[in-house]
Design a protein around this ligand. Structure first.
Ligand SMILES: Nc1nc2c(ncn2[C@@H]2O[C@H](COP(=O)(O)OP(=O)(O)OP(=O)(O)O)[C@@H](O)[C@H]2O)c(=O)[nH]1
Ligand SMILES: [Mg+2]
Length: 447
């Protein structure tokens, strides 16, 4: 257990009219600071995890009546003595109590400092600590679930297991090195080859989840394309139920990229309306079209619109481009209210709303790996973790190479140690100061 000699304080939830604001204090002086603020609190006589109502004073002036919760070290989020003060007061009262706690022996916490203490006290590993940050930022049900799974330690357990398997093996190889004169092999090479192959495929699965993981965190990008006037902007507006994009009968109305997020079935999507794709001599429109290509390169799913009066050659050219990029897409006949033809496939009218609900269902079904989202499996949502897995994989490729070439134990051990190092940076079993700094400063103050 680390022992800091200072006690930190911060607002853990924002003050607002009618809302409870929580002031969180953690450190060796947490209870003595509380006693100064609330003489009747008597924290030493109370059990951990007890909550009670008490009056908060600054000197003899009554500031608020507060709901206080105590957590005694080591049974707290940070592992230290923790006091949480729930204030009813206005932002003014909250500021006054915060100031009074500074005079009572606390200092203001930096960003993420509570979580950092929790990590350094081994209450959470690094991947879990990062999940706290994701949980705070989670805006949709799916991203919330992914963060919670990581916070529960799902990913950490998987990584630790992979590491342990490798560590057991390195131990055998290092034993061989001690007996190098005698030319013995404790570590069965074919068993090691098998183990490395298993670990590599596990890592591949985790790395493949990154695309879904990222999409869940930031919104799955769905790009709307089609010839001019096909009704792209009208569709965006109908999906968002808001007049976000300008709609007009003039071909080439949309030039910029217009986007907004929408949650469907608890999953966040980012719908992107574009200038479409066509050959044009108009300078501004051609800039818009190159922006459409840029959006396509980031798309997870494409909606291709074709109106009854669209030029089919233009539609086909766009469809070929989508296929060349190997993007999953849905071809939609738009403005169905203007045509009595029976199309094969999807048809909608953004004006009358016909086909819109079916379209939303189809987008969710086609663009998300629902199995991955719903299963209780770990997903990689964090670029740092993805890069660490990538480096682990490269090191393991070296191990495979060394095994195939029949290289000696010491060379094998070096590559395995390299793989262990990168795996260890995910959960923080191996910590590098710069990594810690950059992770926790991204948190907000009070967490
Ligand atoms: N009847 C009918 N008209 C529609 C429908 N959707 C769009 N329109 C009309 O078609 C015209 C073009 O619509 P937009 O949404 O601006 O088309 P766009 O594809 O964004 O066009 P550009 O931005 O110019 O490429 C407008 O006059 C819309 O009112 C529909 O479902 N039914
Ligand atoms: Mg438009």
């Amino acid at each position: 257990m680390n022992n800091w000699d200072d006690t930190i304080v911060a607002l853990a939830s924002a003050p607002g009219v009618g809302a409870l604001s929580i002031l969180r204090i953690s450190g060796p002086n947490a209870f003595s600071s509380l006693s100064k603020l609330a003489p009747k609190a008597k924290p030493e006589d109370r059990k951990s995890h007890s909550a009670f109502v008490t009056r908060i004073f600054r000197e003899s002036e009554l500031l608020d009546e507060a709901l206080v919760t105590l957590f005694k070290s080591p049974a707290s989020f940070t592992g230290e003595d923790v006091v949480e003060i729930g204030l009813h007061g206005s932002p003014f009262v909250v500021q006054e109590v915060l100031k009074a706690s500074l005079s009572a022996g606390c200092r203001l916490a930096g960003p993420g400092e509570f979580t950092q203490r929790a990590f350094l006290n081994r209450k959470l590993d690094l991947a879990q600590a990062e999940a706290v940050g994701d949980l705070i930022a989670a805006e949709s049900q799916a991203s919330h679930r992914a963060a919670l799974q990581q916070l529960k330690g799902g990913l950490s357990k998987e990584i630790s297991k992979l590491r342990q398997d490798l560590i057991d093996f390195t131990a055998l190889i290092e034993l061989e090195l001690d007996f190098s004169e005698e030319d013995v092999e404790f570590a069965d090479r074919s068993r090691l080859t098998q183990l490395v192959t298993e670990i590599k495929s596990h890592i591949k699965r985790l790395m493949a989840s990154f695309a879904t993981g990222q999409a869940v965190k930031n919104g799955i990008p769905v790009v709307i394309v089609g010839p001019p006037n096909a009704g792209k902007s009208t569709l965006l507006n109908a999906l968002l139920e808001e007049e976000k994009a300008i709609v007009s009968p003039v071909a080439g109305t949309t030039r910029d990229v217009i986007e907004d997020v929408l949650d469907l079935e608890g999953i966040r999507f980012r719908f992107v309306d574009t200038a479409g794709l066509r050959k044009t001599d108009d300078l501004v429109e051609s800039i818009g079209i190159s922006k459409t290509r840029e959006q396509l390169s980031k798309a997870a799913f494409v909606l291709l619109l074709q109106a009854p009066d669209s030029d089919t050659t233009e539609v086909n050219t766009i469809e070929v481009e989508i296929q060349e990029r190997a993007l999953p897409y849905l071809k939609i006949h738009s403005k169905s209210d203007l045509s009595s033809d029976n199309f094969n496939g999807f048809s909608i009218s953004a004006s009358t709303g016909s086909g819109m609900e079916e379209l939303k269902t189809e987008i969710v079904r086609r663009s998300v790996n629902l199995e991955m989202l719903q299963a209780e499996t770990s997903m990689i949502t964090n670029l740092r973790h993805y890069e660490a897995l990538d480096k682990t994989n490269i090191a393991l490729n070296q191990v495979t190479f060394a095994l195939e070439a029949g290289l000696t134990g010491d060379l094998l051990a070096t590559d395995i140690r390299e793989a262990l190092f990168h795996l260890g940076t995910i959960t923080g079993e191996i910590t590098v100061e710069d990594i810690l700094g950059s992770i926790f400063t991204r948190f907000c103050i009070g967490k």
